[in-house]
Design a protein around this ligand. Structure first.
Ligand code: DQA
Length: 139
């Protein structure tokens, strides 16, 4: 299967940023582990701090790939435009979060994207991405 992982704003700083919340591994390091775990599948990784670039990537893969794993970072809580992009494409999107957003500030409890996604996985650290991939490869 062809699967796109998309990380949104500030997630380029994983391993550096607020380690007590997000852990000490960079996504690039964890991505190598994911590729080993899902050998036989085509995994692609894209990160952007810009809303429009995330939308462009969803359009690019969204009629061809088998699944998208999306951590939209803070855009999760604000972006009607990303929600519309998810609704517009055919490829199923799974929303993921490293932290348990429901244990955190109230503004993180609301997702603008969740209703357009297949499902949401939050709070399992980097393992949230693996759990989302398991769902996609299960079909
Ligand atoms: C996050 C949670 C968001 O609220 C936050 O803005 C992030 C990361 C997570 O993975 O836990 O940037 O999506």
């Amino acid at each position: 299967m062809k699967i796109q992982i998309i990380n949104g704003p500030n997630l380029n700083l994983l391993g550096v940023r607020e380690k007590s919340i997000y852990g000490d591994s960079s996504f690039e390091t964890y991505f190598a582990t994911l590729k080993e775990l899902f050998v036989g599948h085509e995994l692609y990784y894209f990160q952007s701090n810009k809303e429009g670039e995330i939308i462009d990537k969803l359009h690019e893969v969204g009629f061809e790939f088998d699944g998208v794993v999306l951590n939209a970072g803070a855009y999760t809580h604000t972006s009607i435009a990303i929600a519309d992009a998810i609704a517009a494409i055919n490829t199923p999107v799974i929303e993921v979060h490293i932290s348990n957003v429901h244990k955190r500030e109230e503004f993180r409890h609301k997702s603008m994207l969740a209703a357009s996604c297949r499902g949401v996985i939050a709070g399992f650290g980097m393992d949230s991405y693996r759990l989302a991939l398991e769902n996609i490869v299960a079909g």
